[in-house]
Design a protein around this ligand. Structure first.
Ligand SMILES: C[S@@+](CC[C@H](N)C(=O)[O-])C[C@H]1O[C@@H](n2cnc3c(N)ncnc32)[C@H](O)[C@@H]1O
Length: 221
């Protein structure tokens, strides 16, 4: 008798899809290898999520990108490789220590000139961009920093992104914790509230994908 379920776990299916799609440059592979040796390696963005971001940036011809939460620079590198030579990735983080790891790889990949690193709380940097008159000038945003501030980043990015632009969020399933109502930690509560808000927000079209740790894409109308 044939079985529809010829796999043991969801992890196997995820590995299969990654094995059959992932394309990383040598520099990206080396940055990921170094990051995996870092004590906080679990913060590294899922490569299949970064690849989806990059593919959509290429398809839409994105030139001005926001990377909110840089860590060792994998998401910034992936975005910088996807945009044209005169494109800009504005990379926002509070940590000199984490982000300095990525700089060598950005340089080796020949994209340092496209990556503008802003070391400050992301909400301050986003507000500075708004105050400088950059509203409606960004094409694509990847939000992957502190979870309790996701909604603040969303509202600021809704100002900074033009109609037709895209705002994406990593970790929107939070290892399944969003389903566990006994989990009332600040991160989980913030993600749960955001997921409801995005579902109902008529300013956007939405896709909520069960890849990585949950990935939500908001297409601004
Ligand atoms: C999950 S990691 C980012 C991973 C990265 N996007 C990648 O693809 O590898 C989260 C990052 O958010 C940064 N972060 C935390 N709070 C922040 C804040 N208030 N403003 C800006 N960055 C913050 C942390 O320093 C950390 O580097």
């Amino acid at each position: 008798m044939s079985s529809l379920k010829s796999y043991d776990s969801k992890d196997q299916l995820v590995k299969y899809t990654v094995d059959h799609s992932l394309r990383l440059t040598d520099v990206q592979k080396r940055l990921n290898e170094e990051t995996l040796k870092h004590a906080r390696y679990a913060m590294l963005g899922a490569p299949e999520v970064l690849q989806l971001n990059a593919n959509i940036m290429k398809t839409m011809g994105a030139k001005k990108v926001l990377d909110v939460g840089v860590f060792t620079g994998s998401s910034s590198l992936s975005a910088a490789l996807a945009i044209p030579p005169d494109g800009e990735v504005h990379a926002l983080d509070i940590s000199e220590e984490y982000t300095s790891i990525g700089k060598k790889y950005w340089s080796e990949a020949g994209v340092s000139h496209k990556i503008h690193l802003h070391i400050a709380p992301a909400s301050n940097t986003l507000q500075k961009f708004i105050d400088e008159g950059q509203a409606g000038t960004f094409d694509y945003v990847f939000i992957d920093a502190d979870k309790p501030n996701y909604d603040n980043y969303y509202e600021q990015c809704m100002i900074l992104v033009h109609a037709g632009g895209v705002i994406t969020f990593d970790n929107t399933l939070w290892d399944g914790s969003v389903l566990d109502l006994s989990d009332q930690t600040a991160d989980t509560v913030a993600l749960r509230k955001l997921n409801v808000k995005l579902r109902d927000d008529q300013r956007i079209d939405i896709s909520f994908l069960n890849i990585g740790d949950g990935f939500t894409m908001c297409f601004k109308k």
